[in-house]
Design a binder for this molecule. Structure first.
Ligand code: NAP
Length: 250
């Protein structure tokens, strides 16, 4: 079998960087995509240093032309992508009465439109191969979270979008699943601690105390789940939302 080619978005840091590294260790060639290719340089260098194959791709996932050009570059540099992990994300938290049009549009644009654009661009390569894996990052915030009306709507939207792709694309050998992490220690959660007026350590201790497994999550926890969902053996798992949250979620 030819080596599978994966695109991981928002992969310059945090969860995306861990997913890119893990898929490369699993033997996939990985397009490490983030807003600029320079931001991806360290992740690509680490993967190559460990004997993996990776290229850096700069693109804004909310921009149709940029996404289509990025996927064309992946085809040219690594081959047709059949795995996509839509992980790029931003926060613009605010209570509803203070939330601006831009807060709303920016978050929906990156998380929901970005996931749509990337899936639409990649699916033709997946269909041509008769095989594909789509993994979209949702969040426990999809269940509702104070100060995150935009983000919760986007992440709930990602779940409905993912289930629909599972239904539409299943006959082509393509699975689509969402991962909904709870608290995963990254720059994003550090920014949330700051917004809440807490130190990162204080915030993390508080979250761990109310998490059944009694710890916070790591990017590698999410990467492990992504690795399973894109694996050859996971072909009968589709349309699911997997909570990686250290305990049950409704
Ligand atoms: P992060 O550390 O903030 O990393 C997100 C990455 O996405 C950054 O490198 C960012 O680039 C990039 N990005 C932002 N906008 C982009 C765009 N338009 N096009 C391409 N790349 C873009 O976030 P994270 O904590 O690893 O989160 C990754 C994903 O998991 C997100 O979808 C997030 O919503 C989800 N998630 C995270 C948690 C958590 O606890 N951390 C929990 C649930 C879900 P810049 O650095 O230039 O902004």
């Amino acid at each position: 079998m030819d080596r599978r080619v994966a695109i991981v978005t928002g992969a310059a840091r945090g969860i995306g960087a861990a997913v890119a590294a893990r898929l490369a260790r699993d033997g996939l060639a990985v397009a490490v995509l983030d807003l600029t290719s320079e931001a991806c340089a360290d992740v690509v260098a680490d993967i190559r240093a460990q004997g993996g194959t990776a290229v850096a791709i700069g693109a804004d996932v909310s921009d149709t032309a940029a996404v289509d050009a990025a996927v064309d570059r992946v085809v040219a540099e690594l081959g047709p992508p059949t795995v996509v992990v839509n992980n790029a994300g931003i926060l613009r938290d605010n209570l509803l009465f203070k939330m601006t049009d831009d807060d709303w549009d920016a978050v929906l644009g990156v998380h929901l439109r970005g996931t749509f654009l990337m899936c639409r661009a990649v699916q033709r390569h997946q269909k041509a191969a008769g095989w594909g894996r789509i993994v979209n990052l949702s969040s426990t915030s999809a269940l509702g979270n104070r100060g995150q009306a935009n983000y919760a709507a986007a992440k709930a939207g990602v779940q409905g979008f993912t289930k629909t792709l599972a239904i539409e694309l299943g006959k082509y050998g393509i699975t689509a699943n969402a991962i909904a992490p709870g608290f995963i220690a990254t720059d994003m959660t550090a920014a949330t601690a700051e917004r809440l007026g807490m130190s990162v350590a204080e915030f993390e201790r508080g979250v761990a105390a109310v998490t059944p497994v009694n710890r916070i999550g790591t990017p590698e926890d999410v990467a492990h789940t992504a690795s399973f969902l894109v694996s050859e053996g996971a072909g009968f798992v589709s349309g699911q939302v997997v909570y990686v949250a250290g305990g049950p979620k409704d």
